[in-house]
Write a protein that binds this ligand. Structure first.
Ligand SMILES: Cc1cc2nc3c(=O)[nH]c(=O)nc-3n(C[C@H](O)[C@H](O)[C@H](O)COP(=O)(O)O)c2cc1C
Length: 301
């Protein structure tokens, strides 16, 4: 077998964008169990079937692999917090998250865009995972968009799309907070520092446009800030990004903890960079959507 670097393979798998689900069951004493999974896949319409892959390292692996019933809740945009609880919280996950029960008595997550109730039909051992196959016994679904996940980060297509509805008189600028080893790349503009940015003629698909401009230099992550800066008549979108080894972008690599002492091109960019420095310390990043004065923040990881 060709030797494979597991980390590189994980990165390669991470290029496949997925949704995020919470898979739930009950143990033989009736206690609820659940974990976050993006390995969910539809399998068959007739009979209706789905699958999810269980890591052998899950504390609940044995219970899921032998359960009679389980459920899959497809998380909605804005449910990053639910995903984080079911991925890493070690206490009672269900005490923290609003949930109900399906017809089989299995917990399902409130607010999910779809909930599938399943009878387990097979558990297939596959390397360090077990493929859990279920026949769908019932389901619910709504109109909302699901939470997205790619390259280790959550994304919200709905929010990004809504933010692309732009007043046509505004300049369209997209920027990236490019991070490398605790530093962020900034360029010097006449009025002060700013993240590297590009101007576009139309809002369109800014993510794809930025990926094309930055090809090879960065790995683009989630949108981090989308706002109208009215004083400069600019619609500004900023993405999180990681510099690659071959990053060819010009600018100054500034230690992230020094951001608060810098002068920035505009007050809005200053606020954005300072928020980044603050959130970087806990990695609790939020997506800001609004204008230079006020807006909403949405958790992104
Ligand atoms: C977005 C995301 C997707 C995940 N997908 C899976 C998955 O498909 N299968 C899996 O076994 N673990 C997956 N995990 C990891 C589990 O959620 C995590 O290991 C589990 O909650 C740990 O539970 P435990 O503490 O009970 O062992 C994922 C985590 C995240 C954040």
């Amino acid at each position: 077998m060709t030797p494979v670097d597991p980390r590189a393979l994980r990165d390669a798998f991470g290029g496949f964008m997925t949704g995020v689900t919470v898979v739930t069951t009950r143990n033989p004493s009736g206690a609820p169990l659940g974990f976050t999974a993006n390995s969910f896949s539809s399998v068959s319409l007739d009979p209706p079937m789905l699958l999810v892959c269980l890591g052998r390292s899950l504390s609940s692996h044995g219970i899921f692999a032998t359960c009679t019933h389980f459920a899959v809740s497809v998380l909605a945009e804005g449910q990053e917090g639910v995903s984080n609880v079911f991925a890493s919280f070690k206490g009672d996950r269900f005490a923290r998250i609003a949930h109900g029960a399906d017809a089989n008595g299995i917990p399902v997550i409130d607010g999910a865009v779809a909930q599938f109730s399943c009878r387990r039909t097979q558990s297939i051992s596959a390397g360090d995972h077990t493929i859990l196959l279920g026949q769908i016994t019932g389901f619910t679904h709504g109109d909302g968009l699901g939470l997205g996940y790619a390259r280790g980060q959550y994304f919200s297509l709905g929010l990004e799309r809504a933010a692309m509805v732009v007043d046509s008189t505004r300049r369209i600028v997209a920027a990236a907070l490019v991070e490398r080893d605790g530093h962020v790349l900034l360029e010097e503009a006449p009025g002060g520092m700013r993240p590297p940015q590009f101007e576009f003629k139309a809002p369109g698909n800014l993510r794809a446009a930025m990926e094309a401009r930055l090809a090879g230099s960065v790995r683009l992550g989630s949108a981090y800030s989308i706002f109208d800066d009215r004083p400069t008549n600019t619609h500004y979108t900023c993405f999180l990004a990681q510099a690659t080894q071959d990053c060819a972008l010009e600018g100054r690599l500034v230690p992230i903890e020094d951001i608060s002492g810098l002068t920035f091109e505009t007050p809005a960019i200053a606020a954005l960079c300072k928020r980044f420095a603050l959130e970087h310390s806990t990695r609790d990043f939020t997506l800001y959507v609004g204008d230079e004065a006020s807006g909403d923040r949405h958790e992104i990881r």
